[in-house]
Design a protein around this ligand. Structure first.
Ligand SMILES: [Fe+2]
Length: 209
């Protein structure tokens, strides 16, 4: 049996605690099946790579590198996603405070404008993907990006403050084809405090090179 290098992080809330915005069944399958599959995929690839090196056999590096990027990014993005949500009324929802609130005002004018743009990024992501809020260390700004799949259109080395998973597996049980309803619901469980924590870490990276 392979040594497990990556593991599924436990949620810090119960599967039913994000209801009614994300149902217990939807969250359970998303976390315990879909996220677990990326963890398993990354670990299987590491084992395959290690075995090929041990046995002196060739690897299809192009295919392995692409697959590893997909599974690792899937694992990483889901890990970020679970922690930037909290049950409504228990740190989830409401309005941001502190530095992230200041940056939102600075860049977007109002919280409503920010939510509108981020929602549009999520709703217009083609196929499977994510909306993400990143911090640009060089110009000290926050920016919205769209990630396709888990690993396309990612800006390397830009810290992620918040992500929203808009793969169908994230919402289909609850909202069917109405992704926009899931995106609207997300604002009731977004954990702004986590954005401030991540922002504080990101700001420390100022002199990177
Ligand atoms: Fe997902």
């Amino acid at each position: 049996m392979a040594t497990e290098i990556y593991s599924l992080p436990a949620l810090i809330y119960g599967y039913a605690e994000l209801e009614p915005y994300i149902s217990e069944d939807q969250l359970r399958i998303h976390h315990s099946k879909h996220h677990q599959a990326y963890v398993n995929g990354a670990n299987a690839l590491l084992e395959k790579i290690a075995n090929a090196r041990k046995n002196g056999t060739d690897l299809d590096i192009k295919a392995v590198a692409k697959e590893l990027s997909f599974h690792l990014a899937g694992h990483r993005l889901h890990s970020l996603f679970w922690r930037n949500m909290m049950p409504n009324g228990k740190d989830g929802g409401g309005s941001p405070q502190g530095k992230i609130a200041d940056l939102i005002t600075q860049e977007f004018g109002t919280l409503d404008r920010f939510k509108k743009e981020f929602s549009q990024a999520a709703n217009s992501t083609e196929g499977s993907g994510w909306a993400a809020l990143i911090y640009d260390v060089d110009v000290k700004k926050i920016n919205i990006i769209q990630i396709e799949k888990h690993n396309v259109n990612v800006v390397p080395d830009y810290p992620i403050l918040m992500v929203l998973d808009v793969w169908e597996h994230a919402y289909y049980m609850d909202y069917k084809n109405e992704r926009n309803k899931f995106v609207d619901a997300f604002w009731n469980i977004v954990f702004w405090g986590k954005l401030n924590e991540r922002l504080a870490d990101a700001i420390k990276l100022e002199k990177r090179f």
